[in-house]
Ligand binder design. Structure first.
Ligand SMILES: [Zn+2]
Length: 430
């Protein structure tokens, strides 16, 4: 058995407390063997955590990771115009090689900011999976389906691809990759397609992930046409179960919050994207109070514009207070929980806590920095003062992905160069 010892740090426990301890990892099994002050000193590998907080790797519960190539392509526009005029035309030109290059860039960014798991909706998914396999992260991936503007044959082809990809890649990358079917949203995919893809996926034990109630433009047409709220419609289609999870949930009424809480359907809050696209303020404290499984995600880099979950935690705390008109709402410990265990729970992946027997998905955050001094309340600092660049080591499934800021699984400079070339060529074509 190969072992890894993370030594000299303080450890964030599942109850939110912090204690001085070492963490011993079974690198072969990818699990935590021990968390204690005096663990086995003869580990095969050691990571120094002196002056650091050892915490669960962050879980980015909603992303479109290859969109890193579109970072800065179009800003300062409403969601509908932004998608139709800028994003979709550029995406139509993306080759599988572009998607691979963009995914690798995003994965390097995630590793460097302490993210160890994520959920991803995109296309050319085999190329995304290949990048994840190489990078060493954990993910739930799916092929995003859009049927509006397509004839029936093309629409069914898109549905079939989402199911095929979900069946083929579930368990890929030594089990680190799980899948979902991912219809884009309740307004961009037609009713018969949603009903069919959901039934087929659930028959095979595959969850469904989609954007829901992101803007009023997504809510109003459903209310006008069907005289019911979007999540009532989704429930009728069978898309609101314990395994399913939605992104955004900005414009929810009380009944919809109850529907989500009763079903155990996860909601992934994406505060930066919601602010940048002026989509609105999600009722996060209300959802937490109702018992909804709330996770945290960056959304794609074109609407954020980075994949740094520390930024996202800060945004979630700030926006949650504004939305509730209450400075005590969406407090720091709740935000850390949302970005770790809450996200893992919402997307149905292991991780999000550091526990003996649990998976060894770990971020080691260096608190020896002026902007983190005095280090009196580490959980507060994680949300309000720390940055992704404060992460010193990243471990996923027991493997060291980054040691002392050096990414070990991907060649960072080559990845950045390939992404730069791919983006330059893409925008010459668009
Ligand atoms: Zn999204």
């Amino acid at each position: 058995m190969q072992t890894l010892r993370i030594t000299g740090g303080q450890v964030l426990r599942p109850d939110g407390t912090v204690e001085t301890a070492d963490v011993l990892v079974d690198s072969d099994e990818g699990t935590i063997l021990d968390i204690a002050a005096d663990v086995d000193a003869d580990a095969d590998e050691t990571l120094d955590a002196d002056g650091c907080l050892v915490m669960p790797g962050l879980v980015n519960a909603h992303c479109h990771v290859p969109m890193t190539l579109l970072r800065g392509h179009a800003d300062d526009k409403q969601l509908d115009a932004w998608l139709q005029e800028d994003i979709w035309p550029a995406e139509a030109e993306l080759t599988p090689e572009d998607v691979r290059a963009g995914a690798e860039l995003g994965l390097v960014e995630m590793i460097k900011s302490g993210t160890t798991a994520f959920a991803d909706m995109y296309f050319h998914v085999p190329d995304v999976v290949a990048a994840i396999d190489e990078a060493g992260l954990r993910a739930r991936v799916g092929h995003g389906v859009v049927t509006i503007g397509k004839d029936d044959d093309d629409a069914w082809d898109d549905i079939d691809e989402s199911l095929d990809v979900a069946r083929e890649f579930d368990g890929a990358a030594d089990g680190r990759v799980r899948t979902a079917v991912m219809p884009h949203s309740l307004t961009t995919v037609g009713e018969e397609y949603l009903r069919e893809v959901t039934a087929d996926a659930h028959d095979d034990g595959i969850p469904v992930h989609y954007h829901a109630n992101e803007t009023t433009n997504e809510v109003d047409p459903i209310v006008d046409e069907r005289d019911e709220r979007p999540l009532e419609y989704a429930r009728d289609l069978g898309m609101v179960t314990d395994d399913d999870f939605v992104a955004h949930g900005v414009h929810l009424d009380d009944e919809e919050i109850s529907i989500l809480a009763d079903a155990g359907t996860g909601v992934v809050h994406c505060p930066a994207s919601n602010m940048k696209l002026a989509s609105g303020m999600a009722p996060v404290q209300q959802m937490l109070d109702a018992g909804v499984a709330v996770g945290l995600g960056t959304d794609g880099a074109a609407s954020n514009n980075d994949l740094d979950m520390f930024d996202e935690m800060r945004d979630a705390a700030m926006l949650g207070k504004l939305a509730a008109d209450d400075a005590s709402a969406v407090a720091a410990p709740d935000v850390v929980q949302m970005a770790t265990a809450g996200s893992a729970d919402a997307i149905g992946l292991p991780g999000g806590t550091l526990e003996v027997g649990g998976v060894a998905d770990i971020a080691v955050v260096d608190f020896d920095a002026p902007h983190l001094t005095p280090a009196t309340n580490l959980v507060s600092h994680l949300v309000y003062a720390a940055r992704g660049s404060d992460v010193r080591h990243t471990v996923c499934d027991g493997e060291i992905l980054m040691r002392d800021r050096e990414v070990l699984t991907l060649d960072e400079s080559a990845v950045v160069a390939r992404a730069r070339e791919a983006a330059t060529s893409l925008f010459e074509r668009v």
